[in-house]
Ligand binder design. Structure first.
Ligand SMILES: Cc1ncc(COP(=O)(O)O)c(C=O)c1O
Ligand SMILES: [Zn+2]
Length: 364
């Protein structure tokens, strides 16, 4: 299998240890999933690896890595909204979808040490799967990251580096360490294997509902779920399982909205923003690395943008908790975004909202 540079088109084996192309372009994966057919789902495997026919796995390394991730319930919240409970994962966030596939790839190609930067959840996931796979792991998080997330990362045996300053600066510090060489950049943003894992959010939804709902509300920071959702929908379309794209609604914080601002100006690159502190720490990404690629999808599929009002987040979290759903602030923002969307555009029905991070992780 090969990576292709998104800037210069250079091809490179996916066995490479290079985090990106030498020209600076990020890798895309040259992988064509087979035409969608439900008979290709391995119903005897009770994890997201039941969809492995549609995933770029080189061998059976996933069997040594899996923690039984995926298979999360979809429940009705009310007559208009369904929630997919992706916080019911081994490390309590949807990032396990991506990390399971990425670390299975690392295991397949014989990686023995990785580095990664994260606002917390992706670090939790990569640390857990590296622990499972016997791969040494260093995780960089920005100051202010929830202490619970830091405790979890360390409990899985990873070394933690808490970096002063913003999430974007934390990524810069980690990438400088990557450039020193010797360790693999297991980045959920750089490495396309991660997006292949997040595709399963949609495969699972389709298997559960036998259809895709009309509206999909998806958080958008670096876009790791967003990209997986788009790719999987494209695959379902190509396979004839669905006849058109649903209406995607991409969620940003009003305090950090480089994509929403770019769309207002019909720009091809994310807007320059000065991120302000927000409870929705997971989507507070000022400089999304795959910005142009994500904007192309936004325009191609008429994705709508919604900016979550900060003051709606705690209220949304409390409203969900009263119904038994205890999610983290960034995830409460997904529901607050839906409520705000209704205020702006009127009622909508047949919506699926992801509950993708657990409340116990953001009690700070
Ligand atoms: C709970 C939660 N929701 C949403 C996101 C946003 O994901 P992305 O930055 O990949 O768009 C994150 C990322 O850390 C997260 O932890
Ligand atoms: Zn290149």
């Amino acid at each position: 299998m090969e990576f292709v540079c998104s800037k210069c088109g250079k091809r490179e084996s996916t066995r490479t240890r290079q985090a990106a192309c030498s020209c600076g372009g990020l890798w895309k994966l040259d992988f064509q999933a087979p035409k969608f057919d439900e008979s290709l789902i391995d119903r005897d495997t009770w994890s997201l690896f039941r969809y492995r026919a549609f995933l770029p796995l080189e061998d059976d390394a996933w069997k040594q890595v899996t923690l039984g991730e995926g298979m999360t319930p979809i429940i009705p919240l009310d007559g208009d909204v369904m929630l997919k409970l992706d916080y019911l994962m081994p490390t309590l966030s949807y990032k396990d979808r991506g990390a399971a596939v990425l670390i299975a790839h690392c295991k397949s190609i014989g990686v023995d040490a990785v580095l990664q930067d994260s606002s917390g959840n992706a670090g939790n996931s990569v640390a857990a799967y590296c622990g499972r796979a016997g791969i040494r792991c260093d995780i960089y998080v920005p100051e202010g990251t929830s202490p619970k997330k830091i405790d979890m990362i360390q409990a899985h045996g990873a070394a933690i580096h808490v970096i002063e300053g913003s999430r974007d600066h934390c990524a810069d510090v980690c990438r400088a360490a990557v450039r020193e060489g010797g360790r693999y950049y297991a980045s959920h943003v750089y490495n396309p294997f991660f997006y292949e894992g997040t595709k399963t959010y949609i495969y699972e939804t389709y298997e559960q509902l036998h259809r895709i709902p009309e509206y999909l509300f998806v958080p958008l920071g670096n876009g790791t779920l967003f990209l997986g959702v788009i790719k999987a929908l494209e695959e379902l379309l190509a396979g004839g399982a669905i006849s058109r794209m649903p209406q995607l609604v991409a969620i940003q914080s009003e305090r950090c909205a480089p994509f929403a601002k770019a769309v207002e100006q019909h720009a091809a690159q994310p807007a320059r923003v000065q991120p302000q502190p927000t409870l929705a720490e997971g989507i507070a990404i000022g400089v999304p690395m795959r910005g142009a690629e994500i904007l192309e999808y936004i325009y191609r599929y008429h994705v709508q943008m919604i900016q979550v009002p900060e003051e709606g987040i705690l209220e949304a979290r409390a409203a969900l908790a009263r119904q038994g759903i205890y999610c983290e602030h960034t995830t409460a923002a997904n529901y607050a975004a839906y409520q705000h969307y209704r205020r702006l555009h009127g009622p909508i029905s047949d919506c699926l909202i992801t509950m993708c991070g657990a409340g116990l992780k953001s009690d700070h």
